[in-house]
Every structure is written in C-alpha cells, then in structure tokens.
Write a protein that binds this ligand. Structure first.
Ligand code: S3P
Length: 169
C-alpha cells in the first residue's frame, strides 16, 4: 500500500476510527485519531469540550490538533466528521496525504449512532432529521475533497479494510 499518510473522513458512525485503527495495524502504520488527540490535550471528552467551550472553540482546537501533525509520515489519521468544515483542514490533508471518504447511507448510519451520549451534535434533536441535515450540508464536501470513496454501508470491517488496501495498492 502507499506509504504516504492516509486521512479517513466521513460522517459520524461511518467507522472512521475502527477502520483506521485496523488498517494501520494490518499495514504496520502509525495511527492517530484527531478526536482522541483533542480529548487528551484538553483532558476532557468531546462532549465536555462542546458543553464548556461551544462548537466554535472545538473547531479551533480540531484545526490546531490537525495542523500540529505537520511531521507525520506513514500514518493513518482518522478525523472527526466535521473536519471538512474548515478549508485550512482540507488544504492540510491534501498536502500531507491521501484522503479516503467512508460513505455511509442514512439507514445504516441511523442504526450505528443510536447511542449518542458522546456525540454532542446529535443529542438534543430528532436523530433522523439531524443526520439528514448534516448529510445535505457535508456530503458534497466529502465527495469533492476525497481522493477515494469507499461505500461502507453494508460491509463488514475486514472487507472495508481490504477494499481500501486494494484501492490504494
Ligand atoms: C463531529 C463528529 C465527531 C466529533 C464531534 C463533531 C461532527 O466525531 O468530532 O462530536 O461535527 O460530525 P466522529 O465523526 O468520529 O463521531
């Protein structure tokens, strides 16, 4: 597989973290999850960060963490669903590696994000409506910025990892 960095983008529940971790392990690459990095550097989980500082500051922290990865090589980087909302993030990912979009349909996504306590954006709203709204706001961006699109809706993790490896080899 390509030895550059691979950024995994996509909506909540698309499996960015688990697929990224598996892909990294199988290919002996480093693994970074931007949400975990934000949590570690603030000593707080994502929900508390949203509650205490609001989304805007969370986005700033997200960009700081991403741009801080300026010397990584040969890593898989799983990102938060909103990473593509900031052009600076997109430019950085394009410069530093390949972008893979894990595309998930609404029906499967709904089943996967049922437990939403740790997902502040989904908490106080009608789940289906909110996911539809995010999809309409973001899917075009995911599609436009990615180098590869992998449909993950009805596949198991092992097949998805294999498909990414085959696509990139
Ligand atoms: C967000 C997605 C979350 C996390 C935060 C905001 C988003 O990450 O970064 O709650 O804007 O879609 P996951 O996509 O890993 O759930």
């Amino acid at each position: 597989m390509d030895s550059r960095n691979i950024f995994i983008i996509g909506a909540m529940g698309s499996g960015k973290s688990s697929i990224g971790r598996l892909l990294a392990k199988k290919n002996k690459m480093g693994f970074i999850d931007t949400d975990h990095e934000i949590e570690n550097s603030n000593n707080k989980d994502i929900s508390s960060i949203f509650e205490e500082y609001g989304e805007e500051l969370f986005r700033k922290k997200e960009t700081e963490i991403l741009i801080g990865l300026s010397d990584i090589k040969n890593h898989i980087i799983s990102t938060g669903g909103g990473i593509i909302l900031c052009q600076k993030n997109i430019d950085f990912m394009k410069k530093m590696g390949i972008i893979v979009f894990l595309d998930i349909n609404l029906t499967v996504q709904l089943k996967r994000v049922k437990y939403r306590k740790h997902r502040p954006l989904l908490r106080n709203s009608n789940l289906e409506e909110k996911l539809k709204l995010l999809k309409s706001e973001r899917d075009t961006i995911y599609n436009n910025v990615s180098d590869y699109i992998i449909d993950v809706s009805n596949k198991d993790k092992i097949s998805i990892v294999k498909e990414i490896e085959d696509t990139l080899s």
